[in-house]
Design a binder for this molecule. Structure first.
Ligand code: DLL
Length: 433
């Protein structure tokens, strides 16, 4: 099923012409309107007029999350704030989040691309879409919501969590499409089993899952438990939110919506663009975004691009499932967390040493568990168990209030977390996807 057949199946030659025209326009816009980009391009010795072909993109400089941080909050916006009708935010590497903005037209484009993605996942206007992605600064909830409304489906904006209520609504409303993180689906299945809910009796036919890494194994397990067909959806706040790429019914890679975004795979060490088929870091250039255009943004996500024609008829290149990251970002229950953020909260509190270990696990209950092991400062160490428990809870509350993640804090005696001679090992990730 197509939402916008003409764009989705556009012959490559025509698509590339469109991309080039849009790229030239975009680079001219950021050069003119965003001092950061003007400086970046000047330093690289590039002028907007230099772009004569799509290959010329490779000569332009990259942007990174650090650039976003340095221009916090609105420094990279290419329109006056009065033209920005919405902002979202995602985790930064330290205290401040990365802020992204949308003009009215950006929201329209996003709704349209999300309508395209949902349609690829089998959703139609006759469907009841239960949207269990979080609403708020996270792009998942509202991103899916606008796309679902655009296709005219019945949206149930339940947001994340409250599993019993999710299951009740699914049964009572006869939801046919479920949108949430893949790990939450498995968690809900466990809860349903415990509550005696017959999942196979539900009307669900599609699940549109993303915002965190998952695997073919997880797909098989989800499909064994639920009556639905599971699709992978990819996106990131900086580039737009969900709806940058999506699986079609063939489910062999995610089509990148190339009429709006140019993907590249680079060698993360050298920055060289790699040929199709090779694995490396995914980089995106936005072509149509007005408020927050991005030039060659390094996502830190690891993938590969496949140009072979797809049986579905779409001409847009496919990207492989994300297999990892080039940095240490963790995604815990759909929330992105950098160890450095946790560190800054711990140091801000001042009770502990800067020695900590993050232990992430996904037990039988299938919801990510984060344990933060922290070394107490010498003076803080006490034998009074109650004092320690209180302190653990205080740190856990602070992590929740600053970062929005629930963690179990475990205080350990001074000098018990292994020291490293090289790069400190901060994370033990025991999850098997
Ligand atoms: O997670 C946007 C989104 C919402 C995508 C709902 C899909 C569904 P951020 O919070 O900015 O945005 O996190 C972006 O999440 O760089 C990847 O590391 C990871 N990610 C997103 N989708 C997938 C996926 C949203 N399908 C970061 N597979 C990205 C693996 C994913 N990782």
């Amino acid at each position: 099923m197509f939402w916008d057949r003409a764009s989705e199946t556009m012959p490559r030659e025509e698509l590339e012409k469109l991309q080039l025209a849009r790229l030239r326009d975009m680079v001219a816009r950021i050069y003119e309107r965003v001092p950061f980009y003007r400086e970046l391009l000047r330093q690289a010795g590039c002028e907007p007029g230099d772009i004569k072909s799509l290959e010329d993109l490779r000569r332009l400089p990259f942007t990174t999350k650090e650039d976003l941080r340095e221009n916090y909050p609105f420094g990279l916006f290419a329109v006056p704030l009065e033209d920005v009708i919405r902002v979202h935010a995602s985790s930064g590497t330290t205290g401040k989040p990365c802020v992204v903005g949308y003009t009215r037209r950006d929201i329209e484009t996003w709704a349209d691309l999300m309508a395209r993605a949902l349609t690829m996942g089998g959703a139609t206007r006759g469907d009841v879409i239960q949207n269990a992605y979080g609403y708020g600064l996270f792009t998942g909830g509202l991103g899916i919501h606008y796309g679902a409304e655009r296709i005219g489906a019945t949206v149930v904006p339940v947001s994340g969590g409250h599993t019993k209520r999710q299951l009740m609504l699914m049964q009572d409303f006869g939801s046919t499409v479920l949108t949430c993180t893949p790990s939450y689906t498995l968690y809900m299945a466990e809860e349903a089993q415990a509550a005696g809910v017959d999942l196979k009796g539900l009307k669900l036919k599609s699940g549109i899952f993303g915002a965190e890494p998952w695997s073919e194994n997880m797909r098989r397990e989800i499909e064994a438990r639920w009556p639905l067909k599971a699709y992978d959806i990819y996106g990131l706040s900086e580039v737009m939110g969900p709806g940058v790429a999506m699986e079609c019914e063939v489910r062999q890679g995610l089509h990148v919506f190339e009429d709006h975004f140019i993907p590249e795979i680079i060698d993360p060490a050298t920055g060289q663009t790699l040929p199709y088929g090779q694995t490396g870091e995914l980089v995106f250039t936005t072509l149509t975004k007005e408020a927050f255009p991005l030039l060659r943004y390094r996502t830190r996500d690891i993938s590969a691009l496949y140009p072979e024609p797809c049986a579905c008829g779409r001409t847009h290149v496919r990207m492989a499932r994300i297999t990892g990251r080039t940095d240490d970002m963790l995604i815990i229950r759909g929330v992105n967390v950098f160890p450095s953020q946790i560190e800054s909260v711990l140091l801000g509190l001042g009770y502990t040493e800067p020695h900590y270990l993050l232990v992430v696990d996904r037990q039988a209950r299938r919801l990510d568990e984060l344990e933060v092991w922290v070394e107490l400062s010498e003076g803080m160490f006490t034998d009074a168990v109650r004092g320690l428990e209180e302190l653990e809870q205080r740190i856990a509350r602070e992590l929740d209030s600053v970062l929005g993640i629930r963690a179990r804090v475990k205080l350990v005696e001074p000098r018990t977390i292994p020291r490293s001679e090289g790069k400190a090992r901060r994370v033990v990730d025991r999850r098997e996807l």
